[in-house]
Design a protein around this ligand. Structure first.
Ligand SMILES: Nc1nc2c(c(=O)[nH]1)N[C@H]1C(S)=C(S)[C@@H](COP(=O)(O)O)O[C@H]1N2
Ligand SMILES: [Mo]
Length: 356
């Protein structure tokens, strides 16, 4: 991509700091919650939060449909609803660990959260408009407008028809049992479980059926895995297998280094994968790996809780965790290289000082 921003090595820039302040992550201690409290859910907002009036908001279903439709939010709320517990991770999570790195939101590892979304299954919404048999691609347009890579556009993403018609994809109007907050897409957003977060278009104002691939910037150029500049790359889709632990003990304020008392310490974390259920998690202590206890899975689209009792001995230690899914995907020990910093599922490492 010719208009790509050149990569950066070394210190974070003022622009990255500004983006990080607007798009904050989930504090890792919040990994203790099965469902992330809404105010702790990570945020990714490319442009500005649009000024949305729910009473006048309209969602139009257009393009290659037999009966184009416009829904008010009240009409959607009157349709049969479904609630799904979904883990969402930003495709750029972990970007800030790479060097050189792409100038964008410099996530370290906190761009992931889980929420319970309530809304109308997308296939039911589309059913009211009747997709034309020749439609192959469904585009979701947001109401937020801005400029990226020199191109002015509304944020928009698409799904192939068969992905859009899966029964767990929602047009959501509630999060964790309350109306969607402005920053999470009020009054309507798409929720696409198992996919990286960019697919879950916020401030959803129109759905358009096409008979060809969507060529919008965020679809055709953004969100592609690329090793070198200029290559077409592979689109980011399902979340790669990944895991995190809540840092144990207490932090040093500035460095965030951890201090732990010697003795039994329960390490708690979460593991997830968009491709297949998580099958196992290993806990790493100074490079030695042992199976962690993984809780039984009750919510197929949500992260799983894992735990490990560590008998901490005085000294300096490095803790790590590594998940493997039922498709045999496992986390790499080092961040996988990607030009834009997408899909970094390299194992988390935490340095801990244990006191006697
Ligand atoms: N309209 C719109 N939808 C959007 C975005 C956006 O900037 N505009 N960001 C996307 C990205 S990249 C992610 S990771 C998720 C984040 O959702 P959240 O802020 O509710 O956690 O929203 C997605 N949907
Ligand atoms: Mo994202």
């Amino acid at each position: 991509m010719s208009s790509r921003r050149p990569p950066i090595a070394g210190r974070f820039t003022a622009e990255e700091l500004a983006l990080a302040g607007r798009n904050r992550g989930m504090p890792l201690e919040a990994l203790r919650h099965d469902v992330t409290p809404s105010g702790l859910h990570y945020l990714l907002i490319h442009f500005d939060i649009p000024d949305a009036d729910e009473s006048r908001w309209q969602l139009s279903i257009e393009g290659l449909v037999e009966k184009p439709r416009v829904f008010s939010v009240a009409e959607l709320k009157g349709l049969p609803s479904r609630t799904v517990r979904v883990t969402m991770e930003c495709a750029g999570n972990g970007r800030g660990q790479l060097s050189p790195r792409y100038p964008s939101v410099p996530w370290l590892e906190e761009g992931v959260s889980t929420a319970e979304w309530t809304g109308v299954p997308l296939h039911a919404v589309l059913g009211h408009a009747t997709l034309s048999p020749i439609s192959t691609e469904i585009v979701f347009h947001g109401a937020d407008r801005g400029i990226d890579a020199g191109v002015e556009h509304y944020f928009a993403r698409s799904l192939a028809r068969e992905d859009a018609l899966r029964d767990d994809v929602l047009v959501a109007y509630a999060m964790n049992g309350a109306p969607l907050p402005p920053q999470h897409g009020a009054p309507l957003r798409l929720v696409v479980p198992r996919w990286y977060g960019m697919a879950s278009v916020k401030w959803l104002r129109s759905i358009q059926a096409l008979d060809r691939p969507f060529d919008g910037l965020q679809q055709a150029r953004g969100y592609h895995f690329r090793r070198v500049a200029g290559e077409k790359g592979e689109p980011c889709t399902l979340m790669r297998v990944n895991s995190l632990m809540a840092p144990p003990g207490i932090p040093d304020f500035y460095t965030r280094r951890r201090i732990v008392e010697a003795g039994a310490v329960e390490i708690v974390g979460r593991a997830w994968s968009g491709a297949a259920p998580v099958e196992r998690v290993e806990f790493g202590l100074d490079g030695h790996w042992t199976a962690a206890r993984v809780a039984s899975q009750q919510h197929a689209l949500s992260w799983m809780r894992w735990s490990f009792v560590w008998h901490a001995t005085p000294g300096e230690h490095e803790l790590a965790c590594r998940a493997t899914d039922a498709a045999g995907n496992t986390q790499p020990f080092e961040p996988p290289w990607d030009l834009s910093g997408f899909g970094n599922n390299g194992v988390q490492r935490i340095h801990v000082t244990v006191r006697a």
